[in-house]
Write a protein that binds this ligand. Structure first.
Ligand code: DLL
Length: 436
């Protein structure tokens, strides 16, 4: 099923024309309403009439997270405060948070885009859907919530925490779908197993998972433990929240709602646009946003746009590959780039290892060290009664990590349940080098 047949299946020519028209209007709007953009465009000798087609986008300046911080709290807001009906804030580990104001129309478009995602996952108005992203300043909870209501399903605003009570609701109400982080989905599976509830006793069939990178192995793990189909849901607060892109039943990349969010991939060091199929930094321009529109916003997310608009599902919108990590999540250890997602793939390929890990990076005698803590699965841990068995597993993990990362890592095998669980976005890295 497709929520918006017209917008999701346009021909490329029709879509490009619409994007060009919207881009022109957007540039005109920010030129007249956001002094920050007016100044930037003037410095580049640009006026809104220079932007006529979507190809003209490359003439426009980029916007960065730093620009948002420098203009805290409302410097990039285009709509007057009287038009703003919702404010979210994205937390940053450093500096000012990012404040995002939405007009009524923004909220409606958000719900529309979220309804497209949920419909692609197979949700209908007959379904009950639990939203287990955090409600509050984070966009996950309310973003998914409005989408479920838009489709006409019954939303269960479970939020995070209270996991046992939540599982009881999932079982007793026969909840059909759940939206949460992949980390929380795994936590749910673990708690369910502890409570002795099998996946056959629940009816969950759809998982809308996102807000953090996750791998194909993680997908299989969650699908097999919860007995549902796990779909990717991508978004970021600066652009809207969850709904920017979503997987369809083909699960081969995530369709971008590109009538509202125009994507580009650039080389993060040269800032040159890269063609389809090339991996780089994802950049978005909002085409219809009123509250806080952004031109060429550098997401720091690394991925590619998939070649070809011919997805068997019938949608013609461009698809993005899974985000393998953020350029600022990338660890440089002894000069080698390491993404936590690479470690996750290795660990999930080893049957004795649970999908629970923590990377600790340190500097000892001026040399970077990497220690990977990984939990053993309970069934193997119970049998591994000798130190030898654990040492040999550590050696096996270290060997595989070395072949994928090309650097040596210390491996610490941990007992089941010993690493901290997260209700929201998981924490997979501690970099002590920053603290020193
Ligand atoms: O995480 C919005 C969201 C909520 C998306 C719920 C999906 C589901 P922020 O807190 O602003 O917004 O964080 C945005 O999270 O730039 C990515 O680095 C990461 N991210 C979000 N979705 C995915 C995903 C929300 N499906 C940042 N895969 C983004 C990988 C993701 N990374």
């Amino acid at each position: 099923m497709i929520w918006n047949e017209h917008k999701e299946t346009m021909s490329r020519d029709e879509l490009s024309a619409m994007q060009g028209h919207r881009l022109h209007k957007m540039v005109d709007y920010v030129y007249h309403n956001v002094p920050f953009y007016r100044k930037k465009l003037q410095e580049m000798d640009l006026i809104p009439d220079d932007i006529r087609t979507i190809e003209d986008i490359v003439k426009l300046p980029f916007t960065t997270k730093q620009d948002l911080r420098d203009n805290y709290p409302y410097g990039l807001q285009a709509a007057p405060q009287s038009e703003i009906i919702r404010i979210h804030a994205s937390s940053g580990t450093t500096g000012n948070p990012t404040i995002v104001g939405y007009t009524r129309r923004d909220i409606e478009i958000w719900a529309e885009c979220m309804a497209r995602c949920l419909t692609a996952y197979g949700m209908t108005r007959n379904d009950t859907f639990s939203v287990s992203y955090g409600y509050g300043l984070f966009t996950g909870g309310l973003g998914a919530h409005y989408g479920v209501e838009k489709v006409g399903g019954a939303v269960v605003p479970a939020s995070t925490g209270n996991t046992e009570k939540h599982i009881r609701l999932i079982k007793d109400l026969g909840i059909d779908g759940i939206a949460c982080t992949p980390s929380y989905a795994l936590h749910l599976a673990e708690v369910m197993e502890k409570l002795g509830i099998s996946k056959d006793e629940i009816k969950l069939r759809i998982g809308a998972f996102g807000a953090e990178p996750w791998t194909e192995n993680m997908r299989q793990e969650i699908e097999s433990r919860l007995g549902l189909k796990a779909y990717n849901l991508y978004g970021l607060s600066e652009i809207m929240g969850p709904c920017v892109s979503f997987e369809c039943s083909c699960q081969s990349g995530s369709h971008i709602n590109e009538d509202h969010f125009y994507p580009e991939i650039i080389d993060p060091s040269t800032l040159e646009p890269l063609g389809r199929g090339r991996q780089g930094e994802l950049v978005f321009t909002t085409l219809t946003k009123q509250g806080m529109p952004l031109l060429r916003y550098r997401t720091r997310d690394l991925c590619s746009l998939i070649e070809g608009d011919d997805c068997p599902c019938g949608r013609t919108t461009v698809r993005m590959s899974p985000v393998m990590g953020r350029s600022d999540d990338m660890l440089i250890i002894r000069g080698i780039n390491v993404f936590p997602s690479q470690v996750e793939s290795v660990i999930l390929d080893i049957p004795e290892c649970a999908p629970r890990y923590l990377l600790v990076v340190d500097r000892v005698d001026n040399l970077d060290t990497l220690t990977v803590h990984v939990e053993m699965r309970p069934e193997y841990f119970a049998e591994a009664d000798t130190i030898d068995a654990i040492t040999s597993l550590a050696g096996k993990v270290a060997g595989k990590l070395h072949s994928v990362l090309s650097i040596g890592a210390q491996v610490q095998i941990r007992q089941p349940g010993s690493l901290e669980r997260s209700m929201g976005k998981g924490k997979y890295v501690i970099d002590n080098r920053i603290l020193k």
